[in-house]
Design a protein around this ligand. Structure first.
Ligand code: LLP
Length: 416
């Protein structure tokens, strides 16, 4: 893409050669283009500018504090799924009236915290949750604003693990039970009903399921009106896909706007959208160094210093990520590009044609800005990777590489 480009055979992020960062901070590291993130935010703003819309970035895609500060600086809100995400969002300065909170299993502790912060809306996923929020709000002498997350039962035609809007999934309240849920909520005195929420899935490449879902939810909004239940917000969730393969053609935010605004307009509600992946995914890459190469039977292996603990997506979803050499080579090979972890699933690519990389060379796993670092772990007692933010010809470390001492701190006081 235009933010990661070759000049004279060297891969750059904006105007910084990735090799230069690798030599300065070591590998592996995540690198993000600030310009790419802000350009994406502006694409969304532009696409939805003619309709009152609150963009709430899905923090789960990437929760680095500096990334959240970029979100704050650009005046958009966030969609959170835990108390930890709320804490980070508040640390980054995001105002509570731009925070929506989804999740099927919010604990009492998390609910109390968010009630105290007076967030814009809880996207409530069960009858029991309504009851508990009401009680917590009462104890705290506050009113909690709620939307109900309805499950519109549409198929987003994406990976089964990230399809969330089907009836059989654990998410939301069945659209057929939604009226009852609203009736119930309207009787609870410490709740203020403000909206309706749905989210059909992630990495959506075909826009038509949005239309289907939003039409179904709009029907519900009309039914609620008839009963005297008036809403303010129509939250359509996130889910727009990004380019993982060079031939991928993800929909533009404008296409999403064009399809949903006419429907939402009829309800008169303000729109909330929750893009995660599409704001940050293509803005980031994971850069690693080749530790060894080896041949076994008819297979060639390129073994790198990052693994599934750093980027879980290939192991977990068999996800494709494009991989580029940081410095181009003349010769190509077909290789399995694998990490050092003791799991067969620890790979980034299988039977991939790639430049003939050797020990010491660097490579970049592309489109890793979303659900990369945020899903990372310390498996195999591996310190988490550093994170770097690039803007034009400057770069900054926005997360230090963990060190061995950091890894034992939480366990130090254990007694046996
Ligand atoms: N809103 C809600 C309620 C969500 O559950 C999600 C994502 C989003 C917004 C943001 O969706 P996005 O715009 O990023 O597609 N780890 C998986 C993706 C899990 C998505 C979960 N929910 C992956 O790496 O593909």
């Amino acid at each position: 893409n235009e933010y990661f480009r070759y000049k004279d055979g060297k891969l750059y992020c904006e105007e910084v050669p990735l090799e230069k960062i690798a030599e300065k901070v070591g590998t592996p590291f995540y690198v993000y283009s600030k310009t790419a993130i802000e350009d994406k935010i502006n694409q969304y703003k532009e696409a939805f500018k003619d309709y009152p819309t609150l963009i709430c970035y899905a923090v789960k895609a990437n929760s680095n504090l500096s990334i959240l500060k970029i979100i704050e600086k650009n005046d958009i809100g966030v969609d959170i799924v835990s108390g930890g995400e709320l804490f980070k969002a508040r640390e980054a300065g995001i105002p509570p009236n731009k925070i929506v909170y989804a999740g099927v299993g919010k604990t009492d502790f998390e609910l109390s915290y968010a009630v105290r912060e007076e967030i814009l809306a809880f996207n409530v996923e069960s009858f029991q949750e309504l009851e508990v929020i009401d009680k917590i709000a009462k104890d705290r002498k506050k009113k909690a604003r709620i939307s109900i997350r309805v499950n519109p039962d549409v198929n987003p035609k994406t990976h089964p693990y990230i399809s969330t809007g089907l009836r059989a999934s654990k998410f939301g309240i069945d659209i057929n039970e939604a009226l009852d849920a609203y009736r119930y909520a309207s009787k609870l005195e410490n709740l203020e009903i403000v909206g309706v929420h749905c989210h059909i899935g992630s990495q959506i490449m075909d826009i038509s399921p949005y239309k289907e879902a939003v039409e179904k939810v709009a029907e519900l909004v009309f039914d609620l009106k008839k009963e005297g239940i008036e809403l303010q917000y129509f939250d359509i969730g996130g889910g727009l896909g990004i380019k993982y393969k060079p031939e991928d053609k993800p929909p533009h935010p404008k296409e999403l706007a064009d399809i949903v605004i006419p429907i939402v307009k009829q309800t008169g509600l303000k729109l909330i959208i929750e893009p995660g992946r599409s704001l940050i995914g293509e803005a980031g890459a994971l850069v690693s160094q080749v530790i060894f190469t080896k041949n076994k039977k008819d297979k060639h292996f390129i073994i790198v210093d990052s693994g599934m603990n750093d980027l879980l997506r290939p192991a977990m979803y068999n996800a494709y990520h494009h991989i580029l050499p940081v410095n181009k080579k003349d010769k190509k090979v077909v290789a399995d590009i694998v990490g050092p972890i003791c799991e067969t699933g620890d790979f980034f690519a299988l039977d991939r044609e790639i430049d003939d990389l050797q020990r010491g060379d660097y490579l970049a796993v592309m489109s890793a800005g979303a659900y990369g670092s945020s899903m990372s772990s310390n498996y195999n007692v591996r310190p988490r990777a550093a994170e770097v933010l690039v803007e034009k010809d400057k770069f900054n470390i926005i997360r230090e590489r963990e060190d061995y001492n950091y890894l034992i701190i939480p366990e130090e006081k254990g007694e046996i």
